[in-house]
Ligand binder design. Sequence first.
Ligand code: C5P
Length: 221
Amino acid sequence: DRDRPLEGRTALVTSGPTHEPIDPVRYIANRSSGRQGHAIAAALARLGADVTLVSGPVTIPDPAGVTTVHVERAEEMRDAVLSRLPVDMAVMVAAVADWRVATSSDQKIKKQAGDAPAPLILTENPDILKTVGHHVKRPRVVVGFAAETQDIEENALRKLERKGADLIVANDVSPETGIMGGSRNRVKVLSPTGVEAWPDLTKDEVADRLARLIAERLAER
Ligand code: C5P
């Protein structure tokens, strides 16, 4: 079916930020809204894919026609993703926190008059895209995102290699672009064979184009 080229295919998408707890009431987060990832999950579903979206904490609604799993932390996101392999395609859009607090407290950390503030000791989070890109159950098509504020293409190319991805969608998240949290996006799509610069589009349009591109890739071979 030309309108539903992903009929019978399975997809995993991550979206949104992660929240890394400091204590029961505090966390480390980032400005990701989940808009681009959610739009991609919906676009893949419109093309007929059976889509599971693993979403960090967002304020936007679950997309229609998609199974959405809600998680908070990077480690939960990783577990939710790995437990759903194998799939035909994985699109890792989530802005996963690079670090979590090494020993988050079970109790609220109290402010003691006169004491110095408690230092936060951080430790590295698992890299979900890299894990999926090198997994024995690696999906046929693995797509990553690269949110950068400088040397976008160079960084994205290195990411393609390091993460074991087929495509990297790179965007400039400098505050003046308004991309992070906004409804529009301007991306470059990198594959081992070259770079495509897409025009300024809505996040829904980027999602549609990317879903079509993934469908073409899956139809090859
Ligand atoms: O290395 P960097 O975070 O810039 O890579 C971005 C890409 O890797 C995104 O696709 C993001 O979803 C994914 N990623 C991930 N797990 C991490 C860090 C990034 O899946 N811990």
